[in-house]
Design a protein around this ligand. Structure first.
Ligand code: ATP
Ligand code: ZN
Length: 210
């Protein structure tokens, strides 16, 4: 029987918890930091270590059968994949934030303003749901410095503790989406016996944590 492939983040905020979850499922594997792939010795599974942004498409295209990635990344890439299980870690909220001294009061005040983000698709949908016309400035990192540079009136970014906002003179303005790590699969993979077995193990691990 050929192995299933699961894609997890190579390094970053979801890596450690993803590895821990798989180990708690009784899977034995080497957590090679330098290699892209690791075989599980006691289950028909291979682990691919990837950038989180690449995971949804790898799963959609079937290069990986399963993946662990933040809901925010799934929504932003707009892929067609199967949601198998919420995993309870990597919790965060995508928020719009504004400078402390901003005169904006309600979300409609964003009309005609510029908002910097690394999540243009999610933001676009949020603005259109709220019938707001604003300019979206897509930047790939350090979004929170953009208002200070005069590049935007607001930002839309991931917030977990709010510390980064604070240290950049910003305050939360509106919640756009909440997110946590999710186990996704390519469509139809949920019918595979090995996937059912793995899901059962994951659910027991999550239950034991409650
Ligand atoms: P990669 O190198 O894999 O592209 P990255 O820098 O894009 O990594 P990380 O910062 O490691 O991503 O975040 C991975 C995921 O962790 C996010 O997409 C989000 O779902 C979740 N997350 C939880 N808390 C936070 C936070 N405070 N800031 C950013 N992401 C967070
Ligand atoms: Zn990323």
């Amino acid at each position: 029987m050929s192995s299933l492939k699961i894609a997890i983040q190579k390094s970053g905020r979801l890596n450690e918890k993803s590895v821990e979850l798989l180990k708690n499922c009784g899977l034995t594997f080497e957590n090679y930091k330098s290699s892209l792939i690791s075989s599980v010795s006691n289950f028909p599974l291979e682990i691919l270590f990837l950038r989180d942004d690449d995971i949804p498409e790898y799963v959609q295209d079937g290069i990986a059968d399963l993946g662990i990635v933040g809901e925010n990344v799934i929504s932003e890439t707009g892929v067609n994949v199967h949601f198998l299980q919420r995993l309870g870690f990597g919790k965060c909220t995508l928020k719009i934030a504004i400078p402390n001294e901003s005169e904006l009061v309600q979300i409609n005040d964003l009309e005609g303003r510029a908002i910097a983000t690394s999540y243009p698709n999610i933001l676009k949908k949020y603005l259109s749901d709220n019938q707001i016309n604003a300019t979206i400035r897509t930047i790939s990192g350090s979004v929170e410095i953009s208002p200070g540079l005069g590049l935007s009136d607001a930002i839309c970014d991931i917030v977990s503790t709010g510390g980064t906002l604070k240290s950049n003179g910003l305050k939360p303005f509106a919640d756009v989406m909440s997110s946590e790590a999710i186990l996704i699969g390519k469509n139809g993979i949920e019918k595979e016996e090995a996937v059912k077995e793995l899901m059962q193990r994951i659910q027991s691990v999550l239950k034991a944590k409650e």
